[in-house]
Ligand binder design. Structure first.
Ligand SMILES: NC(=O)C1=CN([C@@H]2O[C@H](COP(=O)(O)OP(=O)(O)OC[C@H]3O[C@@H](n4cnc5c(N)ncnc54)[C@H](O)[C@@H]3O)[C@@H](O)[C@H]2O)C=CC1
Ligand SMILES: CC(=O)C(=O)O
Length: 302
């Protein structure tokens, strides 16, 4: 437990509540602030989560947007979600307005706060949050392809019969349709995936489709995804609060591509401490540049 570790979660729907629930059982935060435009949602989530908080070391309460701006870590999970068949980018106009309201209501934001964007389209909103918040680029990140990378590792863990946490493979680029898998640098136990007998028979494009389509599969079946992102976002908060310096793929402004997209980054107290340049094959590099271009076309509008 870190004495001064106040985390504000703005947007207390399914994602915000799942994050709060996952985070409180890490027992690393002194307090979680729950913020939402709908006061009934705040009251309901605080009442429900307080019963769980009772058996964790983290307290929970409702708060205003202004108070959220003074938290150590500000997570933004407010906004519209996709309907079946809708790409994440379709949410931009609605969620731009939501984000503008939220960040406007937080000002002046504590200058050393770290902001974690979760709402979609996460890469574009991270780019916008960096501009609107006035925070340094390293202090504003998005959950990006952390969730997609988790999905990929789960899938590969099954193919190679190994714990997913021992699969070292990344989904990079957009948390969305143009994402790509860095196959050439993927390893298990330091051995390239391509050196395993399973490699030849593995349909890599089918795996990529399954990973990038998993959100829509869940949305079709139950209307929304929230536990996966709740756990990923809680893990990112953990890494920041305890300065763990874990490397995760997050959405951040990347000089090389000149846009905000996901690359593996070392994360700690001041947010992103370093971005790593994954060695990519020629075709992979082309696909990442395509993803960057797709994002640039929208990010340039904001
Ligand atoms: N980055 C990722 O990997 C993932 C992102 N998401 C995204 O997270 C977002 C939230 O999803 P859910 O929680 O399922 O939606 P939800 O509909 O359950 O909750 C959204 C909440 O935002 C609140 N809200 C709207 N405008 C607000 C404002 N101006 N200030 C404060 N609160 C406001 C609503 O009142 C509602 O409680 C969506 O954009 C969704 O696409 C969802 C899953 C994964
Ligand atoms: C909804 C979403 O972005 C996801 O589950 O990947």
């Amino acid at each position: 437990m870190v004495a001064h570790s106040r985390v504000a979660i703005v947007g207390a729907g399914a994602v915000g509540a799942s994050l709060a629930y996952a985070l409180m059982f890490k027992n690393i935060c002194s307090e979680i602030l729950i913020v939402d435009i709908n006061p009934d949602i705040v009251r309901a989530q605080v009442l429900d989560l307080a019963d769980a908080a009772c058996i964790s070391h983290t307290s929970i309460r409702g708060a205003t947007t202004e108070e959220a701006g003074q938290a150590d870590i500000i997570v933004i999970s407010a906004g519209a979600k996709q309907k079946e068949g809708e790409p994440r980018t379709k949410l931009i106009e609605r969620n731009y307005r939501v984000l503008k309201n939220i960040i406007g209501g937080m000002q002046p934001i504590r200058p050393d706060a770290v902001m974690l964007m979760v709402a979609n389209p996460v890469d574009i909103l991270t780019h916008i949050a960096r501009k609107l918040s006035g925070l340094p680029a390293n202090q504003v990140m998005g959950s990006g392809t952390y969730l997609d990378t988790t999905r990929l590792r789960v899938h590969l863990g099954e193919v190679f019969d190994v714990n997913p946490q021992s699969v070292n493979a990344f989904v990079l680029g957009e948390h969305g349709d143009s994402q790509m898998v860095a196959w050439d640098s993927a390893t298990i136990g330091g051995q390239p995936l391509s050196s395993f007998p399973e490699w030849e028979s593995m349909d890599r494009r089918a795996i990529e489709r399954a990973v990038s389509g998993k959100a829509m599969e869940i949305i079709r079946l139950k209307g929304a995804t929230f536990y996966g992102i709740g756990a990923c976002a809680a893990d990112l908060v953990h890494t920041i609060v305890l300065n763990k310096k874990f490397v995760h793929p997050v959405s951040v402004f990347v000089e090389k591509y000149g846009v905000t997209l996901s690359m593996p980054a070392k994360i700690g107290w001041e947010g992103v401490q370093r971005v790593y340049d994954v060695p990519l094959g020629k075709e992979e590099e082309e696909r990442l540049v395509e993803s960057a271009e797709a994002l640039r076309a929208i990010q340039e509008l904001y």
